[in-house]
Design a protein around this ligand. Structure first.
Ligand code: ADP
Ligand code: F6P
Length: 324
């Protein structure tokens, strides 16, 4: 017999992402409609261990769908990676009557959810990260907003780069994942993109590409560099010295994590939030919600965490073809 869920807890964990508030709002309101109590856990697993737990009503999420960040705050928590921390977390859930918990975050946060599930707290994960680096899903909450923010910023840098006939290295977020860089590379018509998954550290190739493109009369040379490769400022100095082309570095940084979510992030995050509640109501546990082939679906967390995902070779190749 599936465990009946009466009280649902919701938390955001790891890096924040635009659309997390839309997901929280959907969880709160869907839970209330389904006759469940709903509690917000502040500051991710750190707040769970500190018992920063609040009752939530429908009005508590009014005026939040359009806001960036997360109204529940987020944190990274070392203590929760230990068996003792996880047992303490499960005990605190029971103490507060929380029998089901929705964790909005990335793979690390899902590992935490997996541990809570093993300790008897029903858990559902929602993919929340600007990096798009969760293997089981083609969509993650926040990517669409972040990549649009980066794209608009790169358009602006490109204007001044063209005026001054410069090379511009623009560093976008993504320590281990090049999705933001790849998408911006295509969307901004970059001359080169450097992705952690593909980079061969052959700077001479880049230098030759800039010199050739200058000979062909290109006024600017935009390089979208992923954070995982980094070193944009020193790379700019080396490129300027080797090519004679004035070169500037711009690091977009955390601006990519903030801002009002796009329509897509609001709608998808809302749908996923509601689905997470519905899955808990069906007695499901140790699941993660994803988006695949045009549908919102759910996977076993263990299975989801064992999946791998590759940067599209085709998109990577065409991004290079377009830079002729
Ligand atoms: P993300 O969820 O974005 O991948 P992190 O990897 O920083 O971000 O993980 C967020 C939090 O999830 C961590 O600070 C920690 O509290 C928890 N977490 C990460 N890995 C584990 C693990 N193996 N077991 C339990 N909890 C974990
Ligand atoms: O996972 C989201 C992300 O913004 C990555 O792109 C980046 O590498 C990382 O988080 C930065 O984390 P923070 O600055 O919050 O430690």
């Amino acid at each position: 017999m599936a465990k009946e869920i009466n009280t649902i807890g919701v938390l955001t964990s790891g890096g924040d992402a635009p659309g997390m508030n839309a997901a929280i709002r959907a969880v709160v309101r869907e839970a209330i409609v389904k006759g469940k109590k709903i509690k917000g856990i502040k500051r991710g697993y750190a707040g769970l261990l500190q018992e920063e737990i609040i009752d939530m009503q429908a009005k508590d999420v009014s005026d939040t769908i359009q806001k960036g960040g997360t109204i529940l705050q987020t944190a990274r928590c070392m203590e929760f990676t230990t068996p003792e921390g996880q047992q303490k977390g499960a005990d605190i859930c029971r103490k507060h009557g929380i029998d089901g918990i929705i964790v909005i975050g990335g793979d690390g946060s899902f590992r935490g959810a997996q541990k809570l599930a093993a300790l008897g707290i029903n858990t559902i994960g929602l993919p929340g990260t600007i990096d798009l680096d969760i293997a089981c899903t083609e969509y993650t909450i926040g990517f669409d907003t972040a990549v649009n923010t980066a794209m608009e910023a790169i358009d602006k840098v490109r204007d001044t780069s063209t005026s001054h006939e410069r090379c511009s290295i623009i560093e976008v977020m993504g320590r281990g994942a090049g999705y933001i860089a790849l998408w911006c590379g295509i969307a901004n018509g970059a001359e080169d993109i450097l992705l952690p998954e593909k980079y061969d550290y052959d700077e001479q190739k880049l230098v030759n590409h800039i010199i050739e493109s200058r000979k062909r009369g290109k006024k600017h040379f935009i390089i979208v560099n992923a954070e995982g490769i980094g070193h944009s400022a020193s790379m700019a100095k080396r490129i300027e010295a080797a090519t004679g082309v004035e070169t500037r570095a711009t690091i977009l940084g955390h601006m990519q994590r903030g801002g009002s979510p796009t329509c897509k992030d609001r709608v998808y995050a809302s749908t996923m939030g509601a689905l997470a509640v519905d899955l808990l109501c069906e007695g499901k546990t140790n699941r993660v919600v994803g988006y695949r082939h045009g549908d919102f679906v759910d996977f076993d967390i263990d299975e989801a965490l064992s999946m791998t995902k590759e940067i599209s070779e085709y998109q990577y190749q065409i991004s290079k073809n377009f830079s002729i």
